[in-house]
Design a protein around this ligand. Sequence first.
Ligand code: ATP
Ligand code: MG
Length: 148
Amino acid sequence: MTRPLVPPLASGGRLVLDESELREWGMNFGQAALAPLVVTLSGELGSGKTTLAQAICAGYEVTEAVTSPTYALVHEYSSPRSPVFHIDLYRLDGEVQLTNIGWDEIVNGRGLVLVEWPERAGSRLPPHVPIALEYEPGDPSRRILLAG
Ligand SMILES: Nc1ncnc2c1ncn2[C@@H]1O[C@H](COP(=O)(O)OP(=O)(O)OP(=O)(O)O)[C@@H](O)[C@H]1O
Ligand SMILES: [Mg+2]
């Protein structure tokens, strides 16, 4: 049996969302997500990557509080559906550190993997569902979400 790699709600196109709409989109995405799956969350500082990761985790039935893994680089959560890894590579200090955090095992494992600042993984980024966030010019309460 085959199943789609990308959940149906991944292909949202270009959406302009306020924070509660963005959280709702993330919740729906998390509900639809099927592990193993790597999702990249790209966008400038403060664009909403962690906010979206929190919503995806909530939709994926993570009940623990999801906090930014800026310093630890990776936080692991449990869900009845699979392990969840929330990774933030902003402070990544080279490829050796990627190896040391268990990157290869995580991205080749059975979990849901959410990666902020994915471009820092370079060629070690596996096939993934890309989601990008951009600021909406002139409207500080909205973000542009590009998916699919
Ligand atoms: N429409 C929106 N969607 C998401 N966040 C929004 C929106 N409008 C305002 N915000 C605010 O923007 C901030 C986004 O912060 P968040 O930590 O999620 O960003 P980030 O992309 O993870 O940043 P970093 O690059 O530092 O990890 C929050 O304070 C949130 O309240
Ligand atoms: Mg963040």
